[in-house]
Design a binder for this molecule. Sequence first.
Ligand code: ADP
Length: 616
Amino acid sequence: MVDQSHTTIIAPAFGQTSSGFRGEPLSYSGLLESIRSGQVQELLWDPDLREMRATLIDGRQEVVDVLPENPVLIQAAEAAMVPLTIQDSRQQQALTGLVGNLLLVLLILVGLSFLLRRSAKAANRALGFGRSKPRLQGENDVKICFEDVAGVNEAKEELQEVVGFLKEPDRFTSIGARIPRGVLLVGPPGTGKTLLARAVAGEAGVHFFSISASEFVELFVGVGASRVRDLFRQAKEKAPCIVFIDEIDAVGRQRGAGIGGGNDEREQTLNQLLTEMDGFEDNSGVILLAATNRPDVLDTALLRPGRFDRRVLVDLPDRRGREAILNVHARTRPMSPEVDLSAWARRTPGFSGADLASLLNEAAILTARAQQQYIEEHHLMDALERVTMGLPAEPLQDSAKKRLIAYHEVGHALLATLLDHGDSLDKVTLLPRSGGVGGFARFTPDEEVVDSGLITRAKLEAQMVVTMGGRAAEMVVFGRQEVTQGASSDIEKLTTIAREMVTRYGFSSLGPVAWEGDQAEVFIGRDWLQQRPNYSKDTAKVLDQEVQKLAKQALATACDMLARQRPLMDELTNELIEQETISGDRFRAIVHQHRLAVLEENNQMATGVPTCQPSK
Ligand code: ADP
């Protein structure tokens, strides 16, 4: 039996012959000859590698390439009795191959598991779309309380009740009172709706979840609905708690008001919200607060009893409110004792709580930049200009352009000062602001008008004349051909006022007819249908003519008044070019002095007393 791995053939020894190839690699025939001549001591044959290792009697090792079949060599070895071993390298190769294959399989397995894990993660993420991302605040995290919210006392009073429901639900439930589920906070942006909701949670010491309604609606259909479900699940786990949904109109808009059919993602989300609100039991301790600026576009189903059936108005603050808000934000900032916050409240009608907070913040930044310790009046003044007019730009060089801008701004300021119903001038300046503002005249809006929301016809007419002050000054001083387009935004403003006077307020010869509705943002679908003009083309023409008449009248009045005050206008313009800024008080003083001088002159002319002017 031939052992293929290590077969040893004991061949009879040959007589030794001398080798003629010492020092050179052995060839096949050389090997054959060496075997036959007895110079080979031992042979090791590897048929797979096709090589024969020969150990010569002098100890040298030779490797000779051979054929896989070698009957001649074997016979020669046998004849010379040279021990021949057959080496089977297949086993080794098989082992190496096996290890290689195993490694390959292992590599494939690792790769596969990596891929699987990745796709599992992606699948998890896909399933996790529905998870809502409300920002959860623990009980102790909400540190805001009603003290931090100012100027909205009525809203606070109403919400105080919600705090009571959360703190002592038994007091209400024991006498059969049903705790409300939803409260709608209605008001313009920045009035403190989010702050109030947090304050309710803070006062009651409960968890606070907040989510913006726009976060519900995602790219994938059904995600919004599952997010709503998830939000309510989380809320119920943490009850009692407050869930605050900001900008609820993003999902709560009236269904079926869209133009392209109804069953969209937003409607599914809203349906889910309605279902969830119905689904939680009375007095479960979860109270929803939602904020919106447009309650009119909300779906009526959302507002019915048992859902958002309470409405709390959070309006822009009045003067006292503004002062209170300024005081709240001044608490944490070092204010100079000279700063009079009540004067600042008077100066900022129409500002929301967020605007006031940003005013004080800007002032603090300017103070820090100037490396000063206390916020002074002038920091607040600079901050106000930054907030309302933008950042300061490079000052204008003395030029014809500067002169024109000076006349333009003095035109506005002078008319406002001369007219009985004009707003009070705060300052007029030639210091430019970013965004191409060359100079500006700033007025303090009439506080009563802003706070009451009521404006008289006389006031509107005065506003139109003042708005045209810039264009009129250019016309009076430089002539019709030299006027610039600088008054374009004034013209826009004038047109808006004139159009509203004619079409909404009944301040024209067309009588008290509401030709047009509120020009606020159109609520697609519903308002689009309602907002189409419901008057004929002829009426439209008459309306346009009436608007035009009012606008032209305003310009004519402005031109007329300024032409008659030309010397005063020149004096003010020269001072403005010289000083670059004139305060409202200084401006009024100059106008007053000028008026006195004119009066005196007129009196002297009337009484015939000679004037002190040297006669020519
Ligand atoms: P809204 O939710 O109504 O848009 P926020 O509550 O988000 O307004 O208000 C933004 C910021 O403005 C608040 O963080 C707060 O600093 C300030 N703010 C607004 N309203 C008030 C207020 N009534 N009292 C104090 N700070 C206010």
